[in-house]
Design a protein around this ligand. Structure first.
Ligand code: HEC
Ligand code: HEC
Length: 388
């Protein structure tokens, strides 16, 4: 899906209202008929889910998306159809599945605008891909979650060393994907138990806006140029995700931040395939490699569903897959951790790859310094952009 479709007029002004009251979609946007009563950030995730399930671009439903002529509120035939489908899906789930979100856009569409109607001979006689369910059901004989988490704590330096880790600052470069977002200066700051921000600044010449995600233990903000909203405060599933990521920065507390633990059968995961366009930085990113993993699933803040994949050999965390909620199904975010190095006796990942519904980015760190003082403002609302 083209990232260009996401660029739009900054609606941030519409969202400056009171600090801790979520802005609902129908308050900020002009023509909301079915997706009412959800915070704006969750609304945008809902757009992402629709776009991903049909392998669409924003512009397939919104005329002129990706240009400055876009009018998001204007209806198009496909937009009207999508609205009907939201109601249809809600009814199917209510009538047949007690309101559980068992049927989603993806159930039928699977990357197509018009779903397949009849099984093809190719699908009947070829080996199906091994795709896992969102919700893990422990098969008998699977390793205990406690043993997998203990191994992770041990591999990361041990409980005592981890307890001594109170903050860190990582510096490096963003790799970007598909020609977007590469070459930014990255700073990751984290403070125990639950503050974390990722600040990516681009040199003026690139003409690209900065990309900042902050979480201060209570509130979170995102500023990104590739978003209709420009800058927005987190309220929905993204806030729970930001909190969890901040907590996970200090792995010594992993057993306290997840409840309702269960383990899957030992499995394997594969790094994301290489993006189409190659930047020189992308050689640093592993792609298509397969790893044997142990799988632990649990519940994070406010019911956030989280699946963690640990390297079966080293015990270290290779992947976090978390799901936010939306009115039409779960919204996945995947974070891959690699290139663990020893920093003052603690193992920390120097390569982090994020994959959202609407884009990917990798960060390659040059250095991480632990237990340093961090300016608290770095965890708060991003500083206003200076007038040029
Ligand atoms: C499959 C069709 C579809 C796709 C693809 C889609 N949208 Fe939408 N969009 C809708 C529908 C339907 C609504 C109205 C929802 C309602 O009535 O509750 C809407 C409403 C909106 C609105 C609110 C406009 C207003 O003022 O009322 C914005 C902003 C928006 N979409 C942005 C996006 C972005 C950004 C993307 C790409 C990531 C996107 N949409 C992709 C169907 C789509
Ligand atoms: C139960 C199966 C099913 C589910 C679930 C479903 N759809 Fe559909 N959808 C269809 C079928 C079938 C068509 C094609 C209808 C036709 O060709 O007349 C369609 C067509 C569409 C179209 C028009 C595509 C085109 O270009 O002609 C859009 C847009 C769409 N669906 C959006 C959605 C969205 C968004 C969701 C999730 C909220 C969703 N659908 C969920 C079955 C489904």
């Amino acid at each position: 899906m083209a990232l260009a479709g996401l660029m739009g007029a900054g609606l941030a002004a519409a969202q400056t209202a009171s600090q801790n009251q979520p802005q609902m979609a129908e308050q900020v946007f002009k023509n909301i008929q079915v997706l009412k009563g959800i915070p704006v950030d969750d609304f945008m995730e809902t757009m992402g889910i629709m776009t991903a399930a049909l392998q669409f671009d924003c512009s397939d439903c919104h005329a002129n998306a990706g240009t400055d002529k876009v009018d998001w509120a204007a209806d198009t035939p496909r937009k009207r159809m999508a609205r009907n489908m939201v109601t249809m899906v809600a009814n199917i789930n209510k009538t047949n599945f007690g309101g559980r979100q068992m049927v989603t856009c993806w159930t039928c569409h699977r990357n197509r605008d018009r779903p397949l109607v009849t099984p093809t001979m190719e699908t009947i006689y070829s080996t199906p891909d091994l795709l896992s369910d969102d919700i893990i059901i422990s098969p008998p004989g699977s390793p205990s979650a406690a043993s997998i988490l203990d191994k992770f704590i041990q591999a990361s330096g041990g409980a005592q060393r981890l307890a001594g880790l109170t903050s860190f600052v990582g510096r490096g470069t963003s790799v970007g994907f598909g020609g977007f977002g590469g070459g930014g200066d990255v700073e990751i700051v984290a403070k125990a138990p639950d503050k974390r921000s990722t600040i990516i600044l681009f040199k003026k010449e690139t003409g690209r806006g900065d990309q900042i995600r902050t979480y201060d233990g209570r509130t979170g903000w995102v500023r990104t140029p590739l978003n209709v909203l420009g800058e927005f405060q987190l309220f929905g599933g993204d806030l729970d995700g930001a909190r969890f990521d901040a907590q996970l920065s200090f792995p010594g507390q992993i057993k306290q931040i997840l409840t309702n633990l269960r383990t899957g059968a030992p499995n394997s995961i594969t790094d994301l395939p290489a993006p189409d366009s190659q930047s020189s930085l992308q050689k640093d990113i592993a792609t298509n490699q397969t790893h044997s993993v142990n799988v632990v699933q649990g519940t994070g803040p406010r019911g956030l569903l989280v699946t963690l994949y640990f390297d079966r050999q080293s015990g270290l965390l290779l992947r976090e897959l978390r799901y936010g909620a939306s009115p039409i199904g779960r919204v996945p975010t995947q974070i891959d951790y690699a290139d663990y190095r020893d920093v003052s006796g603690v193992k920390l990942p120097f390569r982090i790859t994020y994959a959202w519904l609407d884009g990917r980015d990798s960060i390659v760190l040059r250095e991480i310094r632990t237990n340093v003082a961090i300016d608290e403002t770095k965890f708060g609302r991003p500083a206003p952009v200076k007038a040029q």
